[in-house]
Design a protein around this ligand. Structure first.
Ligand SMILES: Nc1ncnc2c1ncn2[C@@H]1O[C@H](COP(=O)(O)OP(=O)(O)OP(=O)(O)O)[C@@H](O)[C@H]1O
Length: 690
C-alpha cells in the first residue's frame, strides 16, 4: 500500500504572508489539525497546527497579525509513492504529502490511517486463521502463560476437541503430554518426534516462538501418519514388486527388450544383452535401430500390431522373435520384443517334439475312446445342409431318452457314426458302447456272441465260458448293425431279451438282468421284409420306437465340400501323406457325381487321390478315379445318343472302376455300389465284363 492510497488531496494551504485569522478560519472550517505553509513554488516551508495557534494566541494575547510570526513547527514530508508502512513510526507528527517535485498535494489524516490500519489488521488476522485452518497439519501454540492461543481445524480433527474448548485454556487441560511447556522453558525445539495421541500415531515438531530475542510461546505442528504409513507401505510393495519383476525378467531364459513410443530402448534383460554381446548400460537410452539394425520395434510402436514368430537376423543368426505393442489408455506407449528361439533350428526340434506329443495324445485318446466305447460324437458328424442338420437335431433329442432307436439310410451315409454320437451324448456315455455286425457273424455263432455261454455249453466252448455282447453293454448301449440281416430264429431270441430285459447265457440257467439301450441300423427295406415274412413284425415294432433316417449324400450335396475338407485332413493323418488341398476343377467333378456309396465312397475316392498325389500338393482331376472323371466328360460328349445308352455306358464305367479299386472283389464292389451280388453278376454279364 502506498501513501497516496491514504492521502486526502487538498488545495488548502497558506503562504508565509497569510494572516493568522485566515489560518484560524481554515483550521476551524475544515476541521484540520494543521495547515501547510508553502512558498511560491508550492514547496512546504512549515506547518501551522491548531495547538500552535492556540498557544500563540494565549501567549501573545493577539489574534491578528502574520502567521510568519508564529513559532516554526515540526513536520514531516512524505511522497505519494512511499510505502504506507513508513508513516506508522512517525504518525505522531504532522505529515504533509508532496509530489516528486516536492509540491504540496495533501495531508494524511490520522483517523483515516488508524481506521484503515485496524481493518487491515483484522483482515490479516482472518487470513492468518484461514491459512492455519486450511493446513493439513494440526497446529497448537501456547503463550508464555502456557495458555492455548492457536488451535486449528486439523488439531480439532486429530485430537477430537473443538477449538472453542481449547483456546484460552491451559495446555495441560487440552493436551497433557504436549511437551510445549518444556519447550517454552528450555527454548529447545523437538523435531520429528513420534507420539500417539487420541489413539492415532502422530509425527510432531515442537519449536519455541521467539520474538525480539525472547521466547514468547511454543508451537507444536503435528500430522497423523496413518495415511503416510499406508502410502509408504504401498510404495514399498511396489518397489518390491518391481524388483521381483526385474529379477524375473533378468532371469528369464528368453531375451526381452522394451522400447518407448519413439523406439528408444528403456529396458533390456541380461540374456538379450548377453546375446548382443553388449553392456546393458550402453544399450539403455539408445534408439533400437542403433543397437539392432534389423529391429522392427520402432515400426510396431507405429502400427500397434503384434508380430509373432517372425524370423530376424541378429548377429548373423536367424532368430525367431515376437513383437508386442504396449497399450496404455488406448494409446501405444511402447513395445516389447522377445526372442522366442535363438536359432530357427530350435523351432524344428520343438515342432517334431510337439508332433510326437500330439501323436501320443491321439493314441491315448483313441485308447480311452476304445475303453468307453463310443468313438464319435455329434461334433464329428460333418455337414451344413438343412437335411443333415434336421437329422442331427432329431438324433440329439433321442439322447435324452432310453427308447430304442432304429437308424436307417443307404450304405455309407453315416449310420454307425450317428449310433456312436447318440451313445456319447446320452447319460449312458460312461457305460460301454458295444457294436455287433449282425451280417458279419455266422448265424450259428450269433446267439453265443450276443448272449454269451457257460463253460461246456457246446463242443469247442472256451473254459470259463464267455461273456456275451449284451452283458458287456450292460449300463451302456448295444449297436446292432445290419439288423435286417439277422437270422429269423435269432430275431425271436432277441425279441425275448428285449421284452424280459434279461439275458441267459447259452448253456446257463441264471438270468442276468439288463439295462441296455438298443440302437439298431439297416439299409434294408424292413417294411417289405416284414411283408414277405423275412423280418418279425413284433420285433420291427419294438426296435422302431424312434427312427432316424439319414439322407443320402446326393440328397444333400451342400455337405460335399465341408466333408471333402474334413476327410482330406482325417485321411492325410491316417495314411501319412499330407494333401489337404484340392483343385476347384476336381471339386467340380466330385460335385457332378451322384455318390451311390455315399460318404464311405467319397472317403475311398479321396484316400485313393491322397495316395496318388505328392506330399503337400493339390489333388487334381487326374487323381480321381475314371468313373468320376468320365461323368462330366461323357455327359458333355454324348451327342445325339439315347439316354438309355448314355446311362448304360456310365454304369459300365462305374462298375469297372469299382471292381478295379476293390481288386475284383465282387462282394465288396456290390456293397459299395449298393446293389445285391446277383444284380452285380447280371450287369457283368450284360456288359460282357469278365
Ligand atoms: N457326416 C459325416 N461326417 C463325417 N464323416 C462321415 C459322415 N458320414 C459318414 N462319414 C464317414 O463315412 C464312413 C461311413 O460311415 P458309417 O460307417 O457310419 O456309415 P453306415 O451308414 O453305418 O454304413 P453301412 O451301412 O455300410 O454300415 C465312416 O468312415 C464315417 O466316419
Amino acid at each position: 500500500m502506498k501513501v497516496k492510497d491514504y492521502t486526502t488531496y487538498s488545495e488548502l494551504f497558506l503562504t508565509g504572508n497569510a494572516q493568522i485569522e485566515e489560518a484560524v478560519s481554515l483550521l476551524k472550517d475544515h476541521f484540520l489539525e494543521f495547515i501547510p505553509i508553502v512558498d511560491g513554488r508550492r514547496h512546504v516551508q512549515n506547518v501551522i497546527s491548531k495547538n500552535n495557534l492556540c498557544d500563540f494566541i494565549l501567549d501573545q494575547e493577539l489574534s491578528f497579525g502574520s502567521i510568519d510570526e508564529l513559532i516554526k513547527n515540526k513536520f514531516v514530508m512524505v511522497k505519494e509513492n512511499d510505502e504506507i508502512e513508513k508513516i506508522f513510526s512517525i504518525i505522531d507528527q504532522h505529515i504533509v504529502v508532496v509530489d516528486k517535485e516536492q509540491c504540496f498535494k495533501g495531508f494524511l489524516r490520522k483517523d483515516k490511517i488508524i481506521k484503515t490500519y485496524f481493518q487491515r489488521q483484522q483482515y490479516l488476522d482472518n487470513e492468518f486463521h484461514a491459512i492455519l485452518d486450511s493446513t493439513y497439519n494440526g497446529i497448537i501454540a501456547i503463550n508464555q502463560n502456557e495458555k492455548v492461543i492457536v488451535y486449528n481445524h486439523s488439531a480439532e480433527k486429530i485430537l477430537g476437541m473443538e477449538s472453542e474448548k481449547a483456546i484460552g485454556k491451559s495446555i495441560y487441560e487440552v493436551l497433557v503430554d504436549s511437551r510445549l511447556p518444556e519447550v517454552l522453558k528450555t527454548g529447545d525445539g523437538e523435531l520429528g518426534k513420534k507420539q500417539i495421541f487420541n489413539g492415532r500415531p502422530l509425527i510432531i515438531n515442537r519449536t519455541p516462538i521467539i520474538k525480539d530475542h525472547e521466547i514468547v510461546g511454543a508451537v507444536a505442528i503435528f500430522q497423523d501418519i496413518t495415511d503416510l504409513r499406508r502410502v509408504t507401505q504401498e510404495l514399498e510393495n511396489e518397489k518390491n514388486a518391481s524388483e521381483i519383476l526385474r529379477t524375473i525378467i533378468d532371469n528369464a531364459y528368453e531375451g526381452i527388450i522394451v522400447v518407448d513410443e519413439k523406439g528408444y530402448i528403456i529396458m533390456i534383460n541380461d540374456p538379450y544383452a548377453k546375446f548382443l554381446a553388449r553392456d546393458k548400460k550402453n544399450i539403455i537410452g539408445k534408439h533400437a535401430t542403433e543397437i539392432i539394425d534389423t529391429t522392427r520395434l520402432h515400426i510396431v510402436v507405429k502400427t500397434g500390431k503384434e508380430e509373432i514368430g517372425e524370423v530376424q537376423k541378429v548377429k548373423g543368426k536367424n532368430i525367431v522373435v515376437m513383437r508386442t505393442p504396449i497399450y496404455k489408455e488406448g494409446k501405444v506407449v511402447g513395445a516389447i520384443g522377445k526372442i522366442m528361439f535363438k536359432d530357427v533350428q530350435e523351432v524344428n526340434v520343438l515342432a517334431s517334439k510337439i508332433n510326437q506329443i500330439e501323436n501320443e495324445l491321439k493314441y491315448y485318446k483313441a485308447a480311452l475312446k476304445e475303453v468307453s466305447g463310443a468313438k464319435y460324437s455329434f461334433e464329428n458328424i460333418i455337414g451344413r445342409s438343412d437335411k443333415l442338420q434336421d437329422t442331427k437335431y432329431l438324433a440329439e433329442k433321442v439322447t435324452h431318452t432310453n427308447s430304442n432307436v432304429l437308424i436307417r439310410g443307404e450304405s455309407g451315409t453315416g449310420k454307425e457314426l450317428f449310433a456312436h454320437a447318440i451313445h456319447a451324448a446320452s447319460n449312458r456315455a460312461m457305460g460301454s458302447f458295444i457294436k455287433v455286425n449282425c451280417a458279419a457273424i455266422p448265424s450259428d455263432l450269433l446267439e453265443s456272441e450276443l448272449f454269451g455261454y457257460e463253460e461246456g455249453a457246446f463242443t469247442g466252448a472256451k473254459r470259463g465260458g464267455k461273456i456275451g455282447k449284451f452283458e458287456l453293454a450292460n449300463g451302456g448301449s448295444i449297436f446292432l448293425d445290419e439288423i435286417g440281416d439277422m437270422p429269423h430264429n435269432m430275431q425271436a431270441k432277441l425279441l425275448r431279451v428285449l421284452q424280459e430285459k434279461e439275458v441267459e447265457r447259452v448253456g446257463g440257467s441264471k438270468s442276468i438282468s439288463l439295462d441296455v439301450r438298443i440302437i439298431t441300423a439297416t439299409n434294408r427295406n424292413l417294411e417289405e421284409m416284414v411283408e414277405k415274412g423275412e423280418f418279425r413284425e413284433d420285433l420291427y415294432y419294438r426296435l422302431n420306437v424312434m427312427t432316424i433316417h439319414i439322407p443320402s449324400l446326393r440328397e444333400r450335396m451342400d455337405d460335399l465340400e465341408p466333408l471333402i475338407q474334413h476327410l482330406l485332413i482325417k485321411i492325410s493323418e491316417e495314411v501319412g501323406n499330407y494333401a489337404t488341398k484340392i483343385s476347384t476343377e476336381a471339386i467340380k467333378y466330385l460335385k457332378s457325381y451322384d455318390w451311390p456309396g455315399n460318404v464311405r465312397e467319397l472317403e475311398n475316392v479321396l484316400e485313393r487321390a491322397i495316395n496318388l498325389v505328392d506330399y503337400g500338393k493339390e489333388i487334381q482331376v487326374s487323381h480321381l478315379p475314371m468313373h468320376i472323371r468320365k461323368t462330366e466328360v461323357s455327359i458333355k460328349t454324348q451327342g445325339d445318343r439315347e439316354l438309355k445308352n448314355i446311362l448304360e455306358d456310365v454304369e459300365k464305367e462305374a462298375i469297372l472302376d469299382c471292381l478295379k479299386r476293390v481288386n475284383e472283389n465282387r462282394t465288396k464292389a456290390a456293397k459299395i455300389l449298393n446293389i445285391s451280388r446277383s444284380s452285380l453278376y447280371e450287369k457283368l454279364w450284360k456288359y460282357g465284363i469278365e
